[in-house]
Design a protein around this ligand. Sequence first.
Ligand code: ADP
Ligand code: MG
Length: 395
Amino acid sequence: MKIHEFQAKQLFATANVPVPQGVVVTSPQDAGKAFDELGTPVAVVKSQIHAGGRGKGRFKEHPEQAGVVLVKSREEAIANAERMLGSTLVTIQTGEEGKQVSTLYVEQGLDIARELYFGIVVDRESGLPCIIASAEGGMAIEELAEEHPEKIIRIEYDPGEGLQAFQVRKLAYALELDKAAQKSAMSFFPKLCKFFADNDCSMVEINPLVVTGSGDLLALDAKVSFDDNAMFRHKNFDELRDLSEEEPNEVKAQDAGLSYVKLEGNIGCLVNGAGLAMSTMDLIKLHGGEPANFLDVGGGANVDQVTEAFRIILSDENVKAVLVNIFGGIMKCDTIVEALLAAYDKIGITVPLVVRLEGTNVEVARKMLADSGKKIITATDLTDAAQKVVATLSA
Ligand code: ADP
Ligand code: MG
């Protein structure tokens, strides 16, 4: 689960991680008011979307307008907010379609001496949180990793013990922090590392982490995502969720207890089991097709869930054919067919449908399909199914 910059900064502040002062606004008038409230000679108006690269991003409706701007007066704050609110911001991370901005964060302008990069992710190999840092801030870490991998510092730490003093010194040395900033680092880095573990984060990225003229470290930008599997431990995070930032079908699927991820292709997939879903996608690709989604109905899906699954797949207008691949274990093949036939009647399936069934009650299920009188293509095994569904597209 991702959250907005202003939400991440509010959480940082509660964990005593220093952030600039800021005000959340949703109207140009309030942006002006926020400028006055902050009382700094310069303020920064920042678009709140779940994507980075806003500073370099531009609005579709106002090609000159950046997603993050420095303003020096109340009037300037209002004028920028007017262009930003309700408009669509396109950045390297949003894709061409961009994202509509409905909230702004107005922040005090800081006296920036240095911009650093700091992030924490989970390293799967060691199973530990890993700090990724660099003295080269402001730049995309992916580019830096390609061009100057030697400039990236990696430090793993024990989430139970927290970041140790010797690790902070190592980090401060590698980031070439001066005396004043080193002092600030002794509290900044351990607090952030604790924040990461306490909140079950999957990623924290601060780009840039700045050193101010007076040697203080501050999180100037903040990107935080949480591990969805740990959300039951953080019920209070529910209110941080911004559904308008999520793929509507993925939200619907989540509510129905289905695992669904939208993809770019045109073959809809309805499968039980994540492993089978992955191999189904692989086989579709192997035979020249492109999956439109990953969808795992799970081991114990009922008729309602399967109907919802069909509805979600078919609501994607890119879907030109559907492949149902079921291995009946706990889930019985006849349950799937029952749901499939019900869905057929309820929503009307107009694209070619290829079904491959195997496992518990497969005989009954096949007979139900054959007796249904519906236009359904059956397949004997996975390869056959993949070939048949790809063939429907060229037919
Ligand atoms: P993004 O990464 O989405 O482009 P950032 O929050 O990193 O957004 O902001 C882009 C740039 O704007 C920063 O690299 C920094 O130079 C400048 N900036 C952002 N917030 C402030 C601030 N409070 N004071 C001064 N400059 C800022
Ligand atoms: Mg940034």
